[in-house]
Ligand binder design. Structure first.
Ligand code: NAD
Ligand code: SSN
Length: 504
């Protein structure tokens, strides 16, 4: 079989990728020397073994971050910006390495991994430009007397917990604003995809990040390593990206220290197609919103709500387009859909699809795992899904598009909002007023109007309801890492002479 990358090139990259813990600028083994396997989801075989941090390693990492905080926080913003800019250039220069590593450990096709390199690197560039723009204000109180000086300072040492689905971008989306703001960090990457984060840490050091500013502790015991850090009063902030159940628990665990928290959690995105939509554009957007990252994205369209007058044709065209996707290992030419992350993910998708069929839905495409090694599930379109089916309530996190119908705008709004999540909605309509009405009526942090992609480092990414707290990216992203400090100053004219008072 031909591949875009030779096995030798894969081995060479894996051999030069760090596999230790990064603590205080030094690569080291776990305290008890344990390591864990990183698995290739397209084959089920072991790619590498990585040091498996223990609670003592997490403690050391926070000690290093805490020790580095004071001098890092005082480093001029321009210097921090230049480190980020160099990191952007280094990641871009090593795009082939980052892309291949993500394809190997996470499974997405190489072309998509390259897309993530560009996306992830852009957070470094965007926040290199934001770092020198942090500013405060000076004002006179409304009664004309005291002066109000408002400044910003770094929050302090942060803990980052990231998921496996975007191994680079979910890390840079946190690291870049933290560096820009002057915070130090402990990063715990997902145990399924630690290699990309470790390579990124190496590149950040090469870009000039001082020792101890970024510490990385992969572990198979995430609760055991991060729990004590949340209770340690040297930590000032937690930023988490992952599932809502884990996020909910981490918010509770952060309450003891009253930590600042940012939460990027799960979604259940509706993709609404009105009767006046450009149908071809809607199908195109639907394929992107569904199959980007193989459907393993928090912003993946999870429910297709289509006006009854278009539903049959939409379902047929969607099935035709998704059926054209070649499934395979991400390094093989022509592959457009890679494997799911592991066996449990395949079992979950299977349960949801089989459950919908048992409830009366119809399979228009696919509907089953792909035979053979690895964790593949065929592109799938399910139509006539009845209300109440679990597939409409849970994040599918796979290449499955359930289609349901509606008759009126009010019904579309009711169905779209009928979820505890509120991350993103997609709306297709040629009526701009209707688009704006939907932007105001839908309970969501983000809305794609006639587009299937909203993710952009220059935009505030985040959700409402149980999809999270706070925003990443955009002008807002750096604020998550800054504290506001206000200094009240006595009226500078209060004790001046009569002449001085006149000058007031
Ligand atoms: N809103 C967003 O920006 C966004 C982005 C990517 C993924 N996600 C969501 O993430 C989920 C998929 O990712 P996942 O399966 O890796 O999620 P997950 O919640 O299982 O794991 C996320 C991270 O949390 C860690 N973790 C798990 N249990 C923990 C514990 N008790 N204490 C501390 N850390 C713990 C994991 O090791 C991993 O690093 C989906 O729900 C997806 O929607 C959201
Ligand atoms: O999985 C969620 C994050 C995806 C994105 O940033 O586009």
């Amino acid at each position: 079989m031909t591949t875009l990358v030779t096995p030798d090139a894969e081995d060479a990259l894996l051999a030069r990728t760090p596999t230790g813990l990064l603590v205080g600028g030094r690569w080291r083994e776990a305290e008890d020397g344990t390591r864990f396997d990183v698995v290739d989801p397209s084959r089920g075989t072991v790619l590498a073994t990585v040091a498996d941090a223990r609670p003592a390693d997490g403690h050391r990492a926070l000690t290093a971050a805490h020790a580095a905080q004071a001098s890092w926080g005082r480093t001029p913003a321009r210097e921090r910006a230049e480190i980020l800019r160099r990191a952007f250039e280094l990641v871009t220069a090593r795009a082939d390495d980052f892309a291949l590593l993500m394809t190997l450990e996470m499974g997405k096709p190489l072309a998509e991994s390259h897309g993530e390199v560009a996306y992830g690197a852009e957070f470094l560039r965007w926040f290199s430009e934001e770092a020198p723009r942090v500013s405060g204000s000076y004002a006179t109180a409304p009664d004309g007397r005291n002066r109000l000086l408002v400044t910003k300072r770094p929050v302090g040492p942060c803990l980052f917990i990231t998921p496996w689905n975007f191994p680079l971008a979910m890390a840079t989306r946190k690291i870049a604003p933290a560096v820009a703001a002057g915070c130090t960090m402990v990063l715990k990457p997902a145990e399924l995809t630690p290699l990309t984060a470790l390579l990124l840490a190496e590149v950040m050091a090469e870009a000039g990040l001082p020792d101890g500013v970024l510490n990385v502790v992969p572990t198979t015991d995430p609760g055991g390593v991060t729990g004590p850090l949340l209770r340690d009063d040297r930590l000032r902030k937690l930023s988490f990206t992952g599932s809502t159940p884990v996020g909910r628990r981490l918010i509770a665990d952060s309450a003891d220290q009253v930590l600042r928290v940012s939460m990027e959690l799960g979604g259940n995105a509706p993709f609404v197609v009105f009767e006046d939509a450009d149908l071809e554009a809607a199908v195109e957007g639907a394929v992107t919103a569904k199959l980007r990252n193989g459907g393993e994205a928090c912003v993946a369209a999870n429910r297709f709500l289509v006006h009854r007058s278009l539903a049959v044709e939409f379902g047929e065209r969607l099935a035709e387009r998704m059926g054209g996707y070649t499934v395979g290992r991400g390094t093989e030419p022509g592959t457009r859909l890679g494997p799911l992350i592991n066996e449990a993910a395949v079992a979950k998708v299977r349960r949801l699809v089989d459950g919908a069929v048992a409830d009366g839905a119809r399979i228009a495409l696919g509907g089953r795992p792909v035979e053979g090694p690895g964790y593949f599930y065929a592109p799938t379109v399910v139509t006539d899904v009845p209300p109440g089916a679990a597939i409409l309530d849970e994040e599918v996190f796979g290449p499955v598009a359930p289609v349901i119908t509606f008759d009126t705008e009010d019904e579309a709004v009711r169905l779209a909002n009928d979820t505890p999540f509120g991350l993103v909605c997609f709306v297709y309509t040629r009526d701009f007023d209707r688009g704006l009405r939907m932007a105001e009526r839908l309970e969501t942090g983000m809305l794609g109007l006639n587009t299937g992609v909203v993710s952009n480092p220059a935009a505030p990414f985040g959700g409402v309801k149980q999809s999270g707290l706070g925003r990443e990216g955009g002008r807002e992203g750096i604020e998550e890492y800054l504290e506001t400090c206000y200094v009240g100053i006595a009226d500078p004219f209060a004790h001046t002479t009569a002449a001085g008072q006149e000058a007031r």
